[in-house]
Design a protein around this ligand. Sequence first.
Ligand code: MN
Length: 727
Amino acid sequence: MESFAEHYESLFETIHRHMPDVDTRLIRQAVHYAEEKHQNQKRKDGSPYIIHPLAVAEEVVEMGLDMDAILGAVLHDCIEDTDASHDEIAKMFGNTVADLVDGVTKLTRADFTSSEEQQMENLRKMFMAMSKDIRVVLIKIADRLHNMRTMQYQSPEKQIKKCRETMDIYAPLAHRLGMQKVKWELEDIALRYLDPASYERITDTLNENAEQDQAFMRTIQTTISARLGESGIHNKTYGRVKHVYSIYRKMNQQGKSLEELYDIYAFRVIVDSIPDCYNVLGHIHDLFNLVPGRFKDYISTPKPNMYQSLHTTVIGTQGIPFEVQIRTWEMHETAEYGIAAHWKYKQGAGHGNERDFEWVRRLLESQQDTEAEEYVQSLKIDMFDDEVFVFTPKGKIVSLPAGSTPIDFAYAIHSGVGNSMVGAKVNNRIINIDTPLKNGDIVEVLTSKVSKGPSRDWLNICQSNQARTKIKQWFKKEKREENVAHGRSSFEAEMRRVGLPLSITIDPEISHQLLKKLSFDNWEDMYAAIGYGGLTAVKAVGRIRDDINRVVKVQEKTLPGTSLKADSDSAKKNRHAINGVVVEDIDSCMIKFAKCCAPVPGDPIIGFITKGFGVSVHRADCPNTSLRDDPRFAARWVRVRWANQDNQPFETTLELDCLTRDGLLLDVATTMTTSRIRLKELNGKDLPDGHSVFTVRFEVKDVEELESIRNKLLNIRDVIGSRRGQN
Ligand code: MN
């Protein structure tokens, strides 16, 4: 049995270690409040309940979270298990703390067990969506960690249930949030209960070999430290056997016994700077034999969960392969505590309003490989409440865009259900079909065979594209005549609104040209499309607006004097920049930068109106602009210039001609990293004649910075030439 005093002391000792200057009065107050509230409750092992919140709070301190989160952790079971209320907690400790406790309570009440494998990702998302504040998730993870550590006191059924849940929800979440240390501990404890035989077999073998393992690791560690010491690289080096669950997974994946397993040792070298990381890598490869294909540079390309390190696998004289992870202290902190570590840094920088998760987004958006982009996307869904998760009466989870109504739900089930819907029940009560749904709602659709079908209003009410598409399909099929009339009047109203002459659609030649642009055979079909909502009048008119204006302009140009006036007018109008570029004579359009020459601010540039959409910006000296003299394209070249206000980075590409040699790719990467250039892509291709071509995609702010980095790259041995852009 554990005592209150022990945990109390330990908590404040930890707080003191992590936040030496913090005023602990409020925390003491919260502890006494919680102790009183929980006073008649006992843990399964008979100890007073209060030690649980104390232990959770201690873990939250270890994660590096803030005062509100610590208070939230101390109070996290008060609303669920005692007579404490949100209002009371808000009055004593503030609204934020009360909201945190409320959030944890909601997660505690939700049942996240599900038998269906494919529902897991949805469950995890629902968990995040329900949390609103990332600190709620972190407190809940700390809560689960302590419950797992004291799992031995639970009944066998409860052990299995909780451990499954931990494997399905909590460990993947800890991983996604980059909290390796927590993830490993959760997995190892869960495995102990889910597959006790395997767990014991692995730990027994590891224990038997412990002495040998230790000796091996000491040898390697000494070899590495000695070498780095000689080279004056300040470092902390240590070895460890990988955690039990990761060994278990490897054995199952590779169908091998522990003895046959490839690498179970991992060494870590922690140094002071990024250049040191690459230096250490050189020394490791010099000391040991490299296992080919195992080098990974997560420094220049961090993992989506922010993890950074260099990984390499080598074999020493003993013939045992082992992995070496090289990182800086800051990277180490991030690897251990993940998102929580960044929380701490941002706190120090004094950023307010963490609820917006602005910093998470910025942080993640700064790593733009595709995997990361997807991850950002999923985090946005998770954290910005873009999605809502509801249940069918049978308990199946349906995910819908936030703000979705029973109409969206009905069409998500089946278009037949949507088309015959006459009403809906949520949590067993009849509600209006335009009521927004909330996470966890149980939704039932009421249908009728005599329903007259969806109403046009539904198109404005529903949130999901799926529902909108299906409703439109229904109208398209059912109501041709009505659609044509409806569409025609919307189209004509829009033409009038933007000041275009309706008469122009009557001229057969122009009419044919416009319909081609709209991809319709005749006007009636187009009106019908607008009528059922397949196309909006604004979009249709927008698509032909330039063409009509051009015809009008040609007609006007035949009158002397008018064109000059029009030009000076538009020069005044078109001052606003898109992506840092001002296009003369065009009000607003998409801008993209040509891949062939990748212009950056400072380069002389010219624009070309592309066939699809928008203006493509080239450098004025790009070979592809030689088409400028071709009369067929003359009208499509437009004058563009750089706007002055831009500080945003520009992506550009250099191709390097090199003599093929080992390590050159690493040299290029190191040069980029030490110049603090954000590298987006780095590829090398060997040519048959002993030459290689490297493609380097990266961000710069202007042509000056580009030229400076280009010079540095040309200074690398065996880099013999460079080219702007990509062929
Ligand atoms: Mn708890």
